[in-house]
Design a protein around this ligand. Structure first.
Ligand code: ATP
Length: 377
């Protein structure tokens, strides 16, 4: 059971945290709770403030206002080396002149452990990151992935309550990155330490984290488990940052039955969407629909089985075709302008028996009301 499932007590509690650099609000009124044992991701585009937030947790930056409590203790005035956290950086910060074992033992040594104790913990940590037997090697005889694991071992050997990881995989090539993701998840399960990872890579965050906070311009826009971020984004920023999405702007013309009908002038259509909350009649909204929830068919074909219920329907011509291996994404022109190019994704396994769609083909798009999320900002 993960910390998130256990609903454990928060090990990190951030309240109304602010940090400015000159005219930039790097962290702008952020409140956040991270549960003990959780794999938590801070996700957002470059410059959104996620590294600054991590550095504030580590004690490498000092807040202008607000508070941080870790493991029930207020961190104000507690220097970095006295906090129950440890940080792993993007570039493998290992000492080239020390052996792998000495590198790993450095963490506990700095933390005040005696020589024998530091060595024992270093050996244990090296085993955890699959580097048992590498202790006497010099880091310059290691691959990039192995060096990053040495950095991880050094951080783990200090036995922090919270491990802070700042883009730890970004210097690795794509295949290694994917393997290390799985290793990090396994490692977190083995050691039971809370992991907080900073990344701009949504796939990385979604695949590893129990919950993620999506940041933009110093603020947290939404904190939720990956599936909820994807299925129920709080706003257009989150919808667009997590995966790809079609957004239709319009005015709510009817409300009922837990759903809305929206007049979307840019595409000249009325769209129905389910799951709307609050008084929305007459309000401007955006309907977000994921490309894979839009079925694409030739005019006259029976609408595909997988999209039952109330249907939204648009017709147009295929303008873009992107073959991505497992899926193909079709850009279908249903009206002029940016909102008029609607993307529909289709699993290529479903393609048979009909031939694939090609540029210029006339098609119809269908999706059920339940596929659309209603966003107010
Ligand atoms: P990236 O993924 O590019 O590292 P980030 O989301 O981690 O971005 P931060 O590094 O936290 O973003 O930076 C947030 C904002 O604060 C940026 O506008 C950045 O330029 C600014 N900033 C960060 N550190 C400093 C600093 N030491 N001095 C001045 N400005 C800074």
């Amino acid at each position: 059971m993960t910390g998130a499932e256990a609903g454990g007590a928060p090990i990190v509690r951030v309240e109304r945290l602010r940090k400015r650099f000159g005219g930039t609000a790097a962290v702008d009124d952020v409140s956040l709770e991270i549960r003990a044992g959780e794999f938590f991701a801070l996700l957002g585009p470059s410059g959104c403030g996620k590294s600054t937030l991590l550095r504030l947790l580590a004690g490498l930056e000092h807040p202008d206002s607000g508070s941080i409590a870790i493991d029930g203790r207020d961190m104000a005035g507690v220097p970095a080396n006295r906090r129950p956290v440890n940080m792993v950086f993007q570039s493998y910060a290992v000492f080239p002149h020390m052996s792998v074992l000495d590198n790993a033992a450095y963490g506990p040594r700095v933390g005040g452990a005696g020589r024998a104790e530091a060595r024992a913990r270093a050996e244990e940590a090296l085993e955890l990151v699959n580097l048992a037997g590498y202790g006497s090697r010099s880091p310059d005889r290691l691959s990039g992935g192995e060096r990053q694991r040495v950095a991880l071992a050094r951080a783990l050997a200090r036995r922090p309550r919270v491990l802070l990881l700042d883009e730890p995989l970004s210097a690795l090539d794509a295949r290694l990155r994917e393997r290390m993701r799985l290793e990090l998840v396994r490692l977190r399960e083995t050691v039971g330490i809370t992991f907080v990872i900073v990344t701009h890579d949504q796939e990385e965050a979604l695949s590893m984290a129990d919950r993620a906070a999506v940041m933009n311009e110093g603020r947290i826009r939404q904190t939720a488990p990956p599936a909820e971020l994807y299925e129920h984004p709080a706003d257009r920023f989150v919808a667009g940052f997590i995966g790809s999405v079609n957004l239709f702007s319009g005015i709510v013309r009817a409300v009922g039955d837990g759903g809305v009908a929206v007049d979307a002038p840019a595409i000249g259509a009325r769209i129905e969407a389910a799951g709307a909350r609050g008084p929305l009649l007459g309000r401007p909204v955006w309907i977000a629909v994921r490309p894979e929830k839009i079925a694409i068919a030739r005019p006259g074909d029976a609408p595909p089985e997988r999209a039952p219920g109330r249907r939204n329907r648009l017709s147009g011509a295929v303008e873009e075709v992107s073959y991505l291996g497992g899926v193909s994404v079709y850009g279908v022109r249903v009206a002029e302008g940016a909102e008029g190019l609607v993307r529909a994704a289709r699993a290529n396994a479903e393609r048979a028996p009909s031939r694939p769609f090609a540029r210029g083909d006339r098609v119809t798009l269908h999706w059920p009301a339940e596929a659309g999320a209603v966003l107010e900002s």
